[in-house]
Write a new protein. Structure first.
Length: 471
């Protein structure tokens, strides 16, 4: 972030300075984790979901913090700025800070595909311009204001994810982001336990469009009926993207290969180094954004070619003689369906094995959605299924009911049992797709598989055959 004077900060958040030395003039970095404090940082004490930052103010000063923003009831300490609510003060500061810049701000929301779309837009725009994007999965009420603080004078654009787990959250986030461009990827059943209904999810995603300026524009997944219908809520131009004829930007001649997606838009061919056809929507969104700001198709292709998958998001890993598709970051019914298609399309001489963890936060609909997953796994002609978690019996039972052989199914309550089954099944050239909700910690299967490969390699050869690559 740019250098900010403390008097500017105090005015922006309505804070009261306590014991502030005159020689402390400005800061260039805000940190909310006392362990990551660097000398000269401003520590912002937040009452978070798992920790209260006020307990670590002393540690932050010991690590070199210049000052700290704290709430009014915090015990007296010098070099503090007192506010009534530290999170709301962070929002006020982020709002003020955002208004200091003229960069094109793009807001991305949806039930699935937010991170991929955000990163693909960034890859495309970076072929000509300089900008920033949300780090990691900073898309909630804590992460979004911190993401905005990355903006600096040299930046031409910023691409920020907007997530929500209950009605009204997208509207609130747009009040500090002030996006000029709105992107909606896909809408599906996610966080149903907190939203309460599918209709609430749709309406919440539409809050982004209602807050775009007339001079801005929106890019929507036109193949998703609910997203398409939200277009009427925008007062700015709307571009629909997808494969169907009613869209404004249409993909044709789509070809899916291991590690590559190829398609045409009009007379131009595009290729993206990704696994799975479900990346097509993100690619089309990025193309549409690039064309709207007058980038050439050559520049757009250059950007798409530079795209790389992040850890846990359909990343390819070679472990011994097997291919692992690490899609473990999170899961909901839509992303599980995409995973089934990815595994179905994977070209291999070996077996296709789906290691499926529970989909969480589906409320009273959880059993139904896990039944549907079992159906789709069977339709996708996947060779083996290992279902893990409290909902595993519903997934495996549905797969069996729909025709999958009982000898190709495994229902496991823990990872140890799942690894025993994998040890029995795995042969050279097999491909394993790993996916489940965040709380299932499916990413921990990666080191377990590496250990298994090492054990087999040691038994047959002294050389370690484990190699990792990112597709």
């Amino acid at each position: 972030m740019c250098a900010i004077r403390f008097d500017e900060l105090i005015a922006a958040i309505g804070g009261v300075p306590i014991g502030f030395p005159e020689q402390i003039d400005s800061f260039t970095r805000i940190e909310i984790d006392s362990r990551r404090i660097q000398p000269g940082d401003l520590f912002w004490a937040l009452d978070g979901e798992t920790h209260n930052g006020h307990k670590f103010v002393t540690e932050a000063f010991q690590n070199g913090a210049l000052a700290a923003v704290v709430e009014e009831d915090f015990i007296e300490t010098d070099r503090t700025i007192r506010v009534q609510d530290s999170l709301m003060a962070l929002w006020d500061f982020a709002d003020w800070y955002r208004r200091q810049f003229d960069a094109l701000i793009i807001g991305v929301t949806g039930s699935v595909g937010k991170t991929t779309s955000r990163r693909m837009i960034t890859a495309v725009l970076s072929a000509r311009f300089q900008g920033v994007e949300s780090p990691k999965n900073y898309n909630n009420r804590f992460g979004v204001p911190l993401s905005l603080l990355q903006l600096e004078d040299q930046h031409d654009f910023g691409v920020f994810e907007l997530g929500a787990s209950k009605p009204g959250e997208i509207a609130e986030l747009t009040e500090i982001v002030h996006p000029e461009v709105g992107v909606i990827t896909s809408i599906g059943p996610s966080h149903l336990d907190e939203f309460g209904s599918y209709e609430n999810i749709v309406n919440t995603k539409g809050e982004l469009l209602e807050r775009l300026p007339a001079e801005g524009f929106a890019i929507l997944n036109g193949d998703d009926r609910n997203v398409r219908q939200l277009g009427s809520r925008a007062t700015c131009p709307v571009t629909l993207v997808g494969e169907r004829k009613h869209n404004d930007l249409i993909a044709t001649d789509v070809v899916v290969r291991n590690g590559e997606l190829e398609f045409r838009v009009g007379s131009t061919s595009f290729t993206v180094p990704v696994n799975g056809k479900h990346h097509l929507t993100a690619a089309l969104i990025a193309i549409a954004v690039g064309r709207q700001i007058d980038m050439t198709d050559e520049e757009i292709q250059q950007g798409l070619q530079s795209f790389t998958s992040t850890q846990g998001r359909c990343q390819t890993i070679s472990i011994g003689p097997w291919t692992v598709i690490d899609d473990s970051y999170n899961a909901n019914p839509m992303s599980m369906s995409a995973a089934c298609r990815t595994l179905k399309d994977w070209q291999t001489k070996g077996k296709r094995i789906f290691l499926a963890g529970d989909m969480l936060a589906l409320g009273e609909w959880s059993e139904d959605f896990h039944h549907l997953l079992g159906e789709e796994i069977t339709r996708s002609k996947i060779d083996r299924l290992i279902a893990i978690g409290s909902q595993a019996a519903y997934v495996a039972g549905s797969a069996r009911k729909n025709g999958m052989d009982a000898g190709c199914l495994g229902t496991c309550c823990d990872q140890e049992t799942a690894m025993m089954l994998l040890d029995l099944w795995l042969e050279p050239d097999d491909v394993i797709l790993i996916k489940g909700s965040r709380g299932m910690k499916m990413e921990t299967f990666i080191p377990r598989l590496q250990q298994l490969a090492q054990q087999r390699s040691t038994a047959s050869s002294p050389q370690d055959s484990i190699q990792r690559k990112v597709a």
